[in-house]
Design a protein around this ligand. Structure first.
Ligand code: HEM
Length: 493
């Protein structure tokens, strides 16, 4: 008996010792513990820094642009700084996506959709989706006209809501306007701004972006934990947020199906359903269609809407910038109409302000997690297969050497000495780069420009004297979100 106990101790001791060892040529980082990895270090740093992306930034400063940790049994490499990030984006074997429990909850516990997929399945689905979205008008003149019409709806809506000096909650104010553009492409129709069911769905999306972070959290590492801590692990909130979303999307798809093909609206869903009937590629299915719609719904709305709300917040805090935006709009557009997309080239200051909003807000501080699909040699390191690669876009936006004063909101950094817009495309990558670059970049840029320019042109923003200025510290999560804030709006003409 004693011998068995001694042997058991030796085996466990050896396992723990081996588990302490790092893979050969693994990037530098803190020493990890057996089984749990660096969980405790991260937990401690979270209480110091408050935000996950700030923990990764602290690691960048301490260990350099390519550093490694282990969370549970999963290896993570964090890429920071321009050179490492550009090289990582251009390394094919780093273009996979993690495939854990957390990443599959959204898509019926299967590996579906485009965002958390890779390989041939992802390639076929991404190409097809982009082709159809372009056919539906993404990046074309008719989509821009849709956005312009939606901008008029938005202005009328805010005018009605702000009558009699009422305060308006701005944290999610752009959700439905932003979604309407996407939904016109995806399903062929738009929503009314007071659609309560949609408002609730969007609220739940915002909530589930808050309960987790890009590592997938504890739920991804120890999925069984959901049985003991269903709420704290994030499992129940995620499920509760997704169930109504699945039902809603299923209804939309069913509605399209029941219509005769000649009556169906021209839409992504319609073209996808036709492809399911005609294609021989096994990746096309009803569940995959629902998952892609969910991807678009989540990736497209939260990011764009949060950026716009952050933008208004910064305008309140930087009145001089707000005045310059109004002055440029008045000079170029006049007070008889709202901006259209063709005005963009004549509004360099507005363009610069929008870029500065994207830089300063860091709405997607880590983009979306990547995964190595093979053992990968990267500089002097070897990164094992299935390592999660986090790309710190935050480190680009907050690079002191490049921007000099990154913590100052200063649109002028995106203008040259002649007042012309400069993109800083070497350093400024809010939509990522390479094969996994954002699929909605055109749509996002057109929406951001038109909604922001139209809103600014239409309204003067007032914070009543008895209300403090909005707190610009964001809420943490997969994306950063502005805190709740209210405004009074006064039409400018
Ligand atoms: C301000 C707005 C937006 C920002 C800042 C943004 C940013 C990003 C970033 C950083 C990525 C990850 C790139 C990578 O993995 O390296 C991404 C991916 C993605 N975005 Fe966006 N995005 C925005 C709007 C949109 C919109 C409107 C859509 C609508 C279709 C969209 C759809 C997607 C999809 C589907 C992916 C995943 C692509 C893939 O994995 O192949 N995004 N976005």
């Amino acid at each position: 008996m004693l011998l068995v106990v001694v042997l058991a101790f030796i085996v466990i001791g050896l396992f723990l010792l081996v588990d302490l060892r790092k893979p050969i040529h693994f990037p530098p980082g803190p020493q990890w513990l057996p089984i749990v990895g660096n969980i405790f270090v991260i937990h401690k740093l979270r209480s110091v820094y408050g935000f996950f992306h700030l923990i990764w930034h602290h690691f960048y400063e301490k260990y350099g642009p390519v550093m490694g940790i282990r969370i549970g049994r999963t290896f993570f490499v964090i890429m920071s700084g321009r050179d490492a990030i550009r090289d990582a984006y251009n390394t094919d074997a780093m273009n996979g996506r993690p495939n854990g429990f957390f990443y599959r909850i959204r898509t019926f516990n299967k590996r579906l959709g485009v965002v958390f997929n890779d390989g041939d399945f992802w390639d076929t689905q991404r190409r097809f989706s982009l082709k159809i979205l372009r056919q539906m008008g993404m990046g074309r003149a008719n989509m821009n006209e849709h956005i312009e019409q939606e901008c008029t709806e938005m202005v009328n809506f805010f005018k009605r809501k702000s009558a009699n000096g009422q305060l308006i909650e701005m944290q999610h104010a752009f959700d439905i306007p932003v979604l309407n553009i996407l939904w016109t492409l995806v399903a062929g129709y738009r929503f009314e701004y007071d659609d309560e069911r949609l408002q609730n769905l969007l609220k739940m999306i915002h909530e589930c972006f808050r309960v987790v972070d890009m590592t997938g959290g504890i739920l991804n590492l120890f999925p069984l934990i959901r049985h003991f801590f269903p709420i704290r692990s994030g499992y129940k909130p995620l499920l509760n947020a997704h169930k109504p979303l699945w039902s809603f999307l299923q209804e939309v798809v069913n509605e399209t199906k029941t219509k005769h093909s000649s009556e169906r609206p021209k839409s992504f869903i319609n073209s996808y359903l036709e492809e399911i009937s005609n294609s021989t590629h096994s990746s096309f299915s009803d569940e995959q269609l629902l998952s892609i719609c969910l991807d678009f719904f989540q990736a497209g709305t939260e990011t764009t809407s949060n950026t716009l709300s952050f933008g208004l917040m910064y305008m309140i805090h930087n009145r001089d910038v707000c005045d310059k935006v109004h002055a440029e709009l008045d000079a170029v557009i006049g007070k008889k109409r709202f901006p259209i997309l063709q005005d963009r080239n004549h509004l360099p200051y507005v363009e610069a302000v929008l870029s500065e909003i994207l830089r300063f807000s860091n709405v997607a501080p880590l983009g979306i997690a990547h995964r190595t699909t093979d053992d990968t040699t990267f500089r002097e390191f070897i990164i094992p297969k299935d390592t999660v690669v986090l790309i710190s876009l935050y480190s680009l936006n907050m690079d002191k050497d490049y921007w000099r004063d990154p913590n100052v909101f200063k649109p002028e950094r995106f203008l040259n000495e002649n007042g012309e817009y400069i993109s800083h495309s070497e350093q400024f990558l809010p939509f990522g780069l390479g094969k996994r670059r954002c699929m909605g970049e055109h749509l996002a840029k057109a929406s951001l420009f038109l909604y922001f320019a139209t809103f600014m042109h239409a309204f003067q923003m007032i914070v009543p004297s008895d209300i403090p200025l909005p707190n610009i510290q964001p809420n943490d999560g997969i994306t950063l979100q502005p805190k709740s804030f209210v405004l009074q709006l006064k039409p400018r003409f």
